[in-house]
Ligand binder design. Structure first.
Ligand SMILES: *Cc1c(COP(=O)(O)O)cnc(C)c1O
Length: 232
């Protein structure tokens, strides 16, 4: 056995656990639904993902393929050392088709499927994988997502490819959280129409709005693990 390369720092574990507790209370005050909190550890070192695990999080989110590839093994070692269940990695970032193979063994839920070519690559590398179709809610070029009008067709395509489409994902616009409400509402209505149970909406800034509008998954980074260090 190798020593875990990222031992969990007790002070950090406690801080994340406390924030997680208050976040869960905040969600429970607004809804009776089960809401999965994905702890987004992107741009943080493996030690932060390890601390999130030790604080009780099983669902971790990453945006960058290379980074997830590098983190998966050390974090899996920590999970084993803690005797905890394996991590469920959510891939939530823009993804080039040629990076799918790097992370296919690690990803539990592909949240950012926004085009047929990506769906087809995932279906090839991870047959039957669980996916969300990402909608472009903010109209921002760097956020990814397919135009909402095209989502039903993409959902159908994913199903033809044998993927397990669980729901829809969307990123709200920056600024006032209220600005996210119409897009979240549209996404939830569309998920209802398509018979899809999961709605991954809401981040640190707009999660209250997302929960009120029907989120079943929220993706929370800075409110749990603190500000992201600059990418190197
Ligand atoms: C970074 C990111 C998050 C988490 O953002 P915070 O503001 O730190 O909560 C959630 N979803 C996506 C798609 C992200 O890129």
């Amino acid at each position: 056995m190798t020593t875990p390369s990222a031992p969990a720092d007790p002070a950090l574990v406690e801080r994340i656990a406390e924030r997680g507790e208050s976040l869960r209370r905040r969600i429970a005050e607004r809804t009776d639904r089960d809401v999965t909190v994905v702890c987004v550890t992107k741009a943080h070192p493996p030690a932060v993902a390890a601390a999130a695990l030790a604080a009780g999080f099983r669902d971790l989110g990453e945006n960058y393929a290379q980074e997830l590839r590098d983190k998966a093994a050390p974090v899996a070692e920590v999970a084993e050392a803690l005797g905890s269940a394996p991590v469920r990695w959510h891939f939530i970032g823009r993804l080039q088709t040629n990076k799918v193979r790097l992370i296919a063994p690690a990803v539990s839920l592909w949240e950012s499927v926004d085009r047929a070519s990506l769906a087809s690559q995932i279906a090839g590398r991870a047959p039957g994988a669980a996916v969300l179709v990402q909608l472009d809610l903010a109209g921002l070029p760097d956020r990814g997502g397919c135009p909402p009008d095209e989502a039903p067709e993409l959902v159908a395509r994913c199903r033809e490819l044998g993927l397990d489409v669980r729901g829809l994902m969307g990123v709200g616009p920056p600024g006032d959280p209220e600005l996210a409400r119409p897009g979240f509402r549209r996404l939830v209505a569309m998920a209802d129409d398509l018979g899809l149970p999961e709605r991954s909406i809401g981040m640190s800034a707009d999660l209250d709005v997302a929960v009120d509008e029907g989120a079943t998954i929220v993706r929370v980074g800075s409110a749990l693990v603190g500000p992201r260090p600059p990418r190197t």
